[in-house]
Write a protein that binds this ligand. Structure first.
Ligand code: UT7
Length: 328
């Protein structure tokens, strides 16, 4: 069983931060950021709550599809930058959009979140006949968790939200999800004030770089290496399960972290860059929202059309990765 994406929506805050704007915080320049990442500008949420962006994206998806919020049986929200540790962002959004009959939970697979959540939505739809629609919403305000003195990290990220409403269908769908927790220290933000020096039987806590609570730390080079392997692998395993090859795919929608990572994945797969949807130049890396933001934009622009075969491929903190091959 597959899924049909009935419709999507998105929301980005108005405030833009250009590459040159970063000169106010760190020693950098537009040329370095463009050539090393492909990013030109990104959006900043200011004091807009993360859930508020998710709500706006969800309302747009509801309006576009004409779905009655009472018919949404499940809300899955993805965010690595939630407003609360608890309640879930999904519960807040469920209330805000009036999805009175929906269950709600958050799913954290970092930048692979949308891929994980879409796959989870499909599994719920497959096993619960009473479930009509699932809302998958991704919402991120990375700007609130960045160290604006760390030039290697702060220039990469942006804020925004995107949502999709899905239903059961017999369309093509295959997925592969993975994780390598040994890479946890390569990309993290601490939550609670748990002293790392408290001994456990695991050596997990050793080797984490010092970073103030909440601030995002990234070892860019290690994450880069992981990403260039994870993206092609995620596609090949998902596609292999249903006998699909790269030539069957109309568009690849990769996690929008760095243009060089996307180019490397395209090269490894032997696919032209024309088949890759890229939106990171104007959104930066919006973590879980990056794939659906890029996808929604391509749908709005008429690039992605119903009946096309898509490959969604993501990677992120965890380190996680995941791929979906599906008919849109
Ligand atoms: O969803 C999360 C996933 N995250 C990612 O996918 C990130 C993956 N990693 C990357 O995208 C890249 O590793 C970065 C963009 C983070 C860094 O690019 P890089 O080509 O690996 O640069 P580098 O770290 O090797 O730095 C090269 C030089 C260094 O200077 P020296 O030591 O050669 O003098 C850096 O200090 O560039 C310097 N540098 C900068 N210069 C100007 C680092 N950041 C900046 C900056 N502006 N913003």
């Amino acid at each position: 069983m597959g899924i049909n994406i009935l419709g999507m929506g998105s929301y980005v805050p108005e405030q833009k931060l250009t590459n040159d704007d970063f000169k106010r915080f760190v020693e950098t320049n537009d040329e370095w950021i463009r050539t090393r990442t492909g990013i030109v500008e990104r959006r900043m949420a200011g004091w807009e709550p993360t859930w508020y962006m998710g709500k706006q994206a969800s309302l747009q998806a509801i309006e576009r599809t004409g779905v009655d919020p009472d018919d949404i049986g499940l809300v899955i929200s993805c965010s690595i930058t939630p407003d609360f540790l608890t309640p879930s962002m999904a519960s807040v959004i469920q209330y805000e959009i009036g999805a009175h009959n929906a269950a709600a939970f958050d799913l954290n697979a970092a930048c692979s979140g949308f891929v994980y959540a879409l796959d989870t939505a499909r599994r719920f739809l497959e096993t619960d006949d009473s479930l009509k629609y699932v809302l998958v919403v991704t919402n991120e305000a990375l700007s609130r968790f960045l160290d604006f003195k760390d030039r290697t990290t702060c220039i990469l990220f942006g804020d925004g939200a995107a949502a999709a409403i899905v239903e059961k269908s017999d369309k093509l769908f295959s997925s592969h999800l993975g994780s390598d927790g040994s890479g946890a220290r390569m990309l993290f933000a601490r939550s609670l004030n748990v002293a790392p020096e408290v001994a456990t039987e695991s050596d997990f806590d050793s080797g984490f770089p010092e970073k103030p609570l909440h601030q995002l730390y990234q070892n860019g080079k290690e994450v880069y290496k992981f990403a260039t392997h994870a993206l092609p692998k995620a596609f090949e395993i998902a596609a292999g399960k249903v006998g699909i090859t790269k030539d069957d795919i109309d568009y690849f929608i990769p996690h929008q972290a760095n243009l060089r990572i996307i180019e490397s994945a395209a090269k490894k797969l032997g696919v032209s860059m024309d088949k890759f949807i890229v939106a990171l130049d104007h959104f930066g890396n919006t973590s879980s929202a990056s794939i659906p933001l890029a996808m929604n934009e391509a749908v709005e622009n008429g690039v992605i059309k119903k009946g096309m075969k898509l490959a969604l491929i993501g990677f992120g903190a965890g380190l996680t990765y995941g791929g979906i091959v599906m008919e849109y």
